[in-house]
Design a binder for this molecule. Structure first.
Ligand SMILES: [Zn+2]
Ligand SMILES: [Zn+2]
Length: 316
């Protein structure tokens, strides 16, 4: 590092890079830990760096540096909704002790010219890599421990030619070769999961989403309800639910905008029942989000699930 308060050499962030991944790369380049890096520029550490990585921190990091600041705002944007909506934390990967963790695709890491972690790897619904059509891993193949982001952030600087991001912080095993023995994904289920992952990610990035048949942007807090109702990805990045639900969704949106309610919450507990024609989909948004991850993402990768059940019976 050079003059106090500014960094003169910053690697360009990739557009789909997790902000903490970029910070880990910056720190490694300067031979310090992320903790020291942030302390050096007067940014207070917060529990979740990716969510906290907003205008102020970006401004301080890039003071006097020749770097495309717009790119940094862009990579922080997907975490924007997490700053305002508490229930959204349900989407994030954590271990049993609530430590933040990330998934990873060994193939992506090994093919990167300069390896980096993708933002979407932090999300529990991101279960399959669309590039390599394989299951995302969340644990080291050597020691089976989860990849805790904080361990990398607090990691003291040690000279290493290898990127910290490709090595297990516990046992030193490479993360680039794990899981080659994975069972292959069913092509149909993988496609479904990958299409749906894209819809959810676009909704996070835009802090809202489009539903076929509804002209206005639907708030992101409605996403779990619409997905539980069985909506399928539409042609572009929109949801295409049962058309009979459209009027109900519209009235719920207008109710929510008048009352300030988040999502569809006419009942205090989750209520997902199969009626003769379509599913009922009201309930607490965090609980619905939890159900969505289980039924519409994790279940798709369960090899014991038969396809018909996965597609048509996501009501249980
Ligand atoms: Zn991949
Ligand atoms: Zn390990």
């Amino acid at each position: 590092m050079t003059a106090k308060g500014s960094l003169y050499l910053l690697p360009e962030p990739n557009l789909d890079e997790m902000p903490s991944s970029w910070l880990i790369r910056v720190a490694q380049l300067h031979g310090v830990s992320v903790k020291e890096l942030l302390a050096g520029i007067g940014v207070t550490r917060s529990r979740d760096l990716d969510i906290a990585f907003a205008s102020r921190a970006i401004g301080r990091l890039t003071r006097g540096v020749d770097l495309n600041v717009g790119r940094l705002h862009l990579i922080s944007r997907i975490f924007g909704p997490f700053r305002n909506e508490r229930w959204m934390k349900v989407w994030l990967r954590k271990d049993t002790r609530q430590q933040l963790t990330t998934g990873f695709c060994p193939n992506c890491l090994s093919e990167d010219y300069e390896p980096y972690w993708r933002s979407v790897w932090r999300f529990r619904y991101w279960v399959a890599c669309p590039t390599h059509r394989r299951r995302l891993l969340d644990a080291c193949a050597g020691c089976s421990r989860l990849i805790q982001i904080d361990r990398y952030i607090n990691r003291p600087a040690t000279p290493s030619a290898e990127s910290f991001l490709t090595v297990c912080v516990h046992c030193g095993e490479s993360l680039m070769f794990g899981g080659s023995q994975d069972e292959p994904l069913s092509p149909v289920l993988a496609t479904m999961a990958i299409d749906l992952q894209r819809v959810v990610t676009a909704a996070l990035f835009h802090n809202g989403f489009q539903v076929v048949g509804i002209p206005e942007k639907v708030p992101v807090s409605f996403l779990p309800s619409v997905l539980i109702a069985g909506a399928l990805p539409g042609e572009s990045m929109e949801c295409d639910p049962d058309p009979r639900l459209i009027d109900e969704i519209r009235s719920a949106i207008s109710y929510a905008s008048r009352s300030g309610a988040r999502g569809i919450r006419r009942k205090s507990e989750i209520y997902v029942a199969q009626s003769s024609s379509y599913r009922v989909w009201k309930g607490d948004v965090a609980k619905l989000a939890e159900k969505v991850i289980e039924l519409r993402f994790l279940k798709l990768l369960d090899s014991s699930v038969d396809l018909r059940e996965a597609v048509f019976d996501n009501s249980k």
